[in-house]
Design a protein around this ligand. Structure first.
Ligand code: SD4
Length: 320
């Protein structure tokens, strides 16, 4: 029998797509509201999100509240406070948020602000723009009353100094870069929203921006169809505009699970060799409350909270 990998090596994309479709398990469906977040710490985020969703609150408020949890936790080394710095020792944050009306806001390369997701929301609500970066994003945040803080903790500084000894940039899947939170939710009014926030790949070049603040890459919401988010090596997600791809695949009739699998297969097709060494994971939720998750490598976990599923962490199936 032809293996999945061989299939990709043959480069028979059309056939690959149809083969992969059959891997998709029947969609997992839960009643609304539901919130789904990346990685184990998604469970902590879900607790805050659920407080809002279970009180008939808005999905947008829920995803923002959820994303703020790891942002404010100094022990989480790839989000907000305590995030691992770039190679110059600077903690630069990327974040975005999107609501049920296709309103969206984003910040990238933002320094000194613990909650970039809330700055992204202000960009969405208080400016005519979608995306502010660097100095401009910081100035806007300060104008909006956010406090300037030191984000580099002693632990992250120590890790960076250790890294400087070899200064090799070779991200290890699921190890030092696995803390980006992507969170998507649907509320009792049947509205979807999502957010994504990160300090990005540890020891990246200063000024590097990953997928996390890019609408369409690490986050996309279409209130008619569903929402998707991503984690992992952002460059690979940007190349396929991953979350938008996942939502469009759902629009074409794929379940959230199938859509995540097809997006991952696209990465494998583009970068067959590199895809073996890196991690990328997608989460998707559709308008019916069906969700799915899939990753390149084993080890991608996500947390689901609904009336039937009491905030449980699952491991996604993976390509390799
Ligand atoms: C980035 N996607 O900056 C982020 C990193 C990440 O799990 O998600 N790690 O490329």
């Amino acid at each position: 029998m032809t293996t999945r990998r061989k299939f990709i090596q043959l480069g028979a994309l059309a056939s690959v797509a149809s083969v992969i479709k059959t891997w998709g398990k029947p969609a997992v469906k839960v009643s609304k509201p539901v919130v789904i977040s990346t990685w184990n710490f998604g469970a902590g985020a879900n607790v805050e999100a659920w407080k809002i969703l279970s009180a008939d609150g808005r999905a947008l408020d829920a995803v923002e509240a959820g994303a703020r949890v790891p942002e404010g936790d100094p022990k989480e080394s790839s989000v907000g406070l305590g995030g691992l710095p770039d190679r110059d020792g600077r903690v630069t944050l990327d974040s975005c948020i999107m609501d049920e009306f296709a309103n969206c806001g984003a910040v990238a390369c933002l320094e000194h602000i613990v909650h970039p997701v809330s700055v992204a929301r202000k960009v969405m609500e208080k400016t005519p723009h979608v995306f502010l970066v660097g100095e401009g994003a910081l100035k806007f945040a300060l104008d909006q009353g956010f406090k300037k803080e030191k984000l580099l903790t002693k632990e992250s500084e120590k890790a960076w100094k250790e890294w400087l000894k070899t200064a090799k940039y070779k991200p290890v899947a699921n190890i030092e870069n696995h803390d980006t939170i992507g969170i998507v939710a649907i509320d009792t009014k049947q509205n979807l929203s999502g957010a994504c926030t990160t300090s990005g790949m540890a020891y990246k070049m200063h000024g590097r921006v990953g997928d996390s603040p890019i609408i369409g890459a690490a986050l996309f919401v279409d209130n008619e169809i569903g929402a998707a988010t991503s984690t992992g090596v952002g460059e690979e997600v940007i190349r396929i505009v991953g979350s938008h791809l996942v939502v469009e695949l759902m629009r074409q009739g794929n379940s959230p699970q199938q859509a995540c699998e097809l997006a991952v297969a696209r990465i494998v097709k583009n970068q067959p060799q590199k895809s073996k060494e890196i991690q990328v994971g997608f989460l998707a939720l559709n308008k019916n409350g069906e969700y799915g998750a899939y990753a390149l490598q084993k080890g991608f976990t996500y947390a689901v909270y609904s009336n039937e599923i009491p905030n449980t962490i699952f491991e996604a199936k993976s390509f390799y």
